[in-house]
Ligand binder design. Structure first.
Ligand code: TXA
Ligand code: MG
Length: 350
């Protein structure tokens, strides 16, 4: 049996019901200011395991824990002076901090995939905050998309991507920021940006001084995998026009008028907010590929280009003969494919 997802407008009553389902170990997709999250009770190992199943995500990829505020974070992680300053400046907001897990934390070990660190953030979205309040516990939530695919910024894109793997989707409209949170590792002497995102490197450096940027080298955050956030069709970057069989994704006033434009005025915030929704739309349309106009490498443009570069990276071990039909299996975050197993707990609280 494959139940279709229950998509509900995020009214107060729907949020209270969703919180009850979270406490029962059921997965709930919910909006944040960045992208939609696929939420599970972060204390419950079985609920967290369902997230990996639903996304087809290998279990070595740790999840972000969502909390309402810094006081809630302090229950689970060590908050030093640097973390405190960042939380004061950017929380609630699109900044995830990787911090040391406290010995007394009740968080499921599966959340951090066996690491002694936890990635934690307070989302700046009224629905997410109300859900956290009602659930009365932290919520582990990766982006609500199949592993390796583009993140979802609307309830419809969550439903299309995860379909019958997510029992309940809270519809809170489009996500205002549209790219994921910035992930900063504070567990090393020099803070490092593991993933560019909604808070820019410039904003962080104004507070902390120079930061290590994402680098080649040993993998510390699976968000650094080179191929990630991939649409089904090939992506060509820095394009000025569409080639044969391609559709163009425009940016700025120089874009042709008859194509989807991330921001016709060249506003990087607007472009970030539109990015995933437009890629989803073009991925459904494109006969052969998507050509993307150049995006300036500054501010939020860095996060946008990071996502686009990963989406356009050649799949590992790809040969020129690999056919289009194989693309879905190239995503390196996906790892061995996992079955989508539906929650096996009863819904008798309904
Ligand atoms: O905006 C966001 O961050 C969204 C919304 C739903 O909050 N969430 C999101 O989660 O993008 P996810 O799971 O798709 O990405 C989490 C990133 C991954 O790159 C993961 O490897 C990294 O955070 N991460 C999680 N825990 C970590 C840890 N303990 N150490 C290093 N990196 C970690
Ligand atoms: Mg993700």
């Amino acid at each position: 049996m494959s139940p279709t997802p229950d998509v509900r407008f995020a009214t107060r009553a729907a949020i209270a019901e969703a919180a009850r389902r979270i406490r029962d170990g059921v997965l709930v997709a919910f909006p944040t200011e960045t992208v939609y999250g696929l939420g599970a009770d972060a204390w419950n190992d079985r609920a967290v395991a369902r997230v990996f199943e639903a996304k087809g995500r290998p279990s070595f990829n740790p999840l972000i824990v969502h909390v309402p505020d810094s006081a809630a974070a302090e229950v689970d992680v060590d908050v030093d002076d640097r973390a405190r300053r960042l939380m004061d400046a950017f929380w609630p907001g699109p900044l995830t901090l990787v911090l040391s897990r406290r010995a007394t934390s009740r968080l499921s070990r599966l959340v951090s995939a066996g690491l002694d660190t936890v990635a934690i953030r307070a989302p700046d979205h009224p629905v997410a905050l109300a859900l956290l309040h009602d659930a009365g516990r932290p919520i582990a939530a990766p982006s609500a998309n199949p592993s390796g695919a583009i993140s979802a910024t609307s309830a419809a894109d969550v439903a299309r991507g995860l379909g019958d793997c997510v029992p309940l989707i809270l519809d809170g409209g489009s996500c205002p920021i549209g790219v994921e949170s910035t992930v900063v590792d504070l567990t090393r002497p020099e803070p490092a940006i593991l993933r560019p995102g909604g808070v820019t490197a410039e904003e962080l450096e104004a507070l902390l001084g120079p930061l290590a940027r994402p680098a080649e080298g040993p993998l510390t955050s699976p968000g650094q995998l080179s191929r990630h956030y991939a649409p089904r069709h090939p992506l060509r970057l820095d394009a000025l026009c569409a080639g044969e069989g391609e559709v163009l994704l425009g940016f700025g006033p120089a874009s042709p008028a008859d194509v989807l434009n991330l921001s016709s005025s060249g506003d990087l915030r607007e472009a970030a907010a539109n990015l995933f929704a437009m890629l989803h739309r073009l991925d459904r349309l494109a006969p052969r590929g998507i050509a993307v106009m150049p995006i300036p490498e500054m501010g939020l443009g860095r996060a946008i280009n990071d996502r686009l570069r990963r989406a356009s990276a050649p799949p590992p071990n790809a040969t020129p003969d690999d056919s289009q039909r194989d693309r879905n299996h190239w995503d390196d975050e996906r790892g061995p494919s996992l079955p989508c197993v539906l929650p096996d707990i009863s819904d008798d609280g309904e």
